[in-house]
Design a protein around this ligand. Structure first.
Ligand code: CP3
Length: 339
């Protein structure tokens, strides 16, 4: 098996820097857009056959060293009593956003894994179909990021309602995050039992907090999930964006690998995290929209800063944008392996 990715997670030497991309499956690929003409995003997520097909699209097309389960961060919300849909071109819309302590009380504990059985079925089929070509990454969302969708009702710039509840109703905030932590910890363990060979916890919007608030409002819950995942013995990746001032506290919360974005140089980030952890990142995804010399310059800068230290996984600082040309992504994977 190509185990570069798993070796790098464990900070073992590798023959070339492992590469994969967040959102490596998605709208930038014609194969994906063709499938989306006939099925909604949630249909694909809930139908193992379709989710398997989409997961494999980038693995068949790009030189990537890992597959990531095709699913969505928000899937656990529905069985917890927080239904949502994806509005055309607008992203997720939560039907009844949580706005009060009483709303939080009504959130259900995720009682049974059966409600997310289709995800586990997808993982089992993927392991068979991948036949050890590359390892399979499972994933879930961290409490702050999940809470931000549940409370804002969708995407947000300021996270004003989220923070209003966090500061104004701290007991309700911690209760909500407790419910997410219990559910997500168990969900990640179930993914590993189904065959996921690594798991990534996405705390995409955690950069809205400073380190003091992170410690008080996010760390205890995120740590609980990362500890549950760590007990499975597969590598655990812990990712966020806008985290330049949070890297120390994020590392304290846990993760064998810390994922960083482009707002901080990779070597500086690694210093802050500590060289006893692996690091993932951190090319700006918009470089894939510009000229090739700038793209390659950016990629070589990331690799130069990693300085051949064991434990670097090459990735973007966030997901591939839908308008990205596939051939640039293809070229980037190829170059990152050879630079
Ligand atoms: O290839 C992969 O990386 C796996 C697939 C994946 C999806 N969502 C499919 C998807 C992953 C890892 C996610 C995680 C996810 N979902 C996150 C965390 C990652 C991140 O980007 O920070 C978040 C915040 C979500 C919630 C979500 N899902 C939003 C905000 C949106 C709308 C934004 C957009 O890009 O339109 C989605 C939709 C979504 N999830 C798409 C895909 C491929 C868009 C494609 C479509 O509508 O078909």
């Amino acid at each position: 098996m190509n185990d570069r990715f798993l070796r790098a997670c464990r900070r073992e030497p590798v023959d070339a820097t492992p590469v994969w991309f967040m959102r490596q499956a998605g709208r930038y690929m014609a194969e994906y857009r063709a499938l989306r003409e006939r099925h909604t995003l949630l249909d694909i997520c809930r139908n193992p056959e379709l989710a398997v097909e989409v997961t494999l699209q980038p693995v068949n097309r790009l030189e990537v060293d890992a597959a990531i389960l095709f699913s969505d961060l928000l899937l656990p919300l529905e069985p917890m009593g927080i239904p949502f849909t994806f509005a055309k071109g607008e992203g997720p819309v939560i039907h009844e956003p949580l706005r009060s302590a009483a709303d939080v009380d009504r959130v259900r504990q995720l009682e049974s894994r059966e409600t997310l059985d289709h995800v586990l079925a997808t993982i089992r089929i993927l392991r068979r179909e991948l036949e050890g070509r590359v390892p399979l990454i499972g994933f879930a969302g961290a409490p702050f990021t999940l809470a931000s969708y549940a409370i804002e009702g969708g995407a947000s710039r300021s996270y004003a309602r989220t923070k209003a509840l966090m500061y104004g109703e701290p007991t309700a905030w911690h209760l909500l995050c407790d419910k997410f932590a219990a559910a997500i910890g168990d969900y990640l363990v179930a993914q590993v039992e189904a065959g996921a060979q690594a798991v990534q916890l996405f705390d995409s919007w955690i950069g809205a907090l400073g380190p003091g608030d992170y410690r008080e409002f996010a760390l205890p819950h995120t740590r609980r999930i990362l500890e549950a995942a760590a007990a499975t013995a597969v590598p655990v990746l812990h990712f966020g964006t806008g985290t330049a001032t949070l890297l120390e506290v994020m590392a304290e919360a846990g993760g064998d690998v810390i994922g960083v974005d482009w707002r901080i140089p990779l070597d500086e980030a690694w210093e802050r995290i500590g060289h006893d952890r692996a690091i993932q990142g951190n090319l700006d995804p918009t470089l894939l929209l510009g000229p090739i010399d700038r793209l390659l310059g950016g990629a070589s800068d990331v690799l130069r800063r990693a300085a051949n230290r064991p434990g670097h996984i090459f990735n973007l600082g966030h997901g591939i944008l839908p308008e990205t040309p596939v051939d640039k992504v293809e070229m980037l994977a190829h170059m990152a392996h050879r630079l």
